[in-house]
Ligand binder design. Structure first.
Ligand SMILES: [Zn+2]
Length: 140
């Protein structure tokens, strides 16, 4: 290894937040795709544990709430920002869960009019258009 590479190695070692995500890490991400049973979450680079490039989180419906949920759309929707916990790494990405009291949606927009929602409880009435939005809400 030449000295230039050596210096780069030293610099990389001194960036403490740059490490691989692991089981138990709390991350912030945006829901980018959903089916009835699965949500794909783009884990944000601004998460506490920085990953570069950003990582893919996979949320299965059984990990989306403490309660029974029929459809993913009842707890998260595309565009929602969620706080989640890494449960496992597999070949497709990181499995995540939001089925703990502090985990879940921390920022969201009305499914009807796109106004930002005031996330106070799981049935949220949009202050703009009065549509009811349902979410699994997390705490910042
Ligand atoms: Zn609305």
């Amino acid at each position: 290894m030449n000295s230039k590479e050596d210096n780069i190695q030293k610099i990389l070692k001194n960036i403490p937040q740059k490490r691989t995500l692991r089981e138990g890490d709390i991350v912030i991400g945006e829901v980018v795709q959903t089916t009835d049973k699965i949500a794909i979450v783009n884990i944000n680079n601004k998460s506490e544990h920085v990953l570069s490039p950003s990582a893919t989180g996979i949320l299965f419906i059984n990990n989306a709430s403490e309660d029974y949920v029929e459809k993913m759309g009842d707890v998260v929707r595309i565009g929602d920002i969620v706080k989640a916990k890494i449960t496992e790494k597999d070949k497709f990405g990181f499995k995540i869960k939001i089925s703990e009291p502090d985990l879940g949606v921390i920022k969201s927009y009305c499914k009807n009019c796109k106004a930002e929602l005031n996330l106070t409880d799981s049935n949220i009435k949009c202050l703009n258009c009065k549509t009811i939005n349902t979410k699994k809400i997390g705490k910042m």
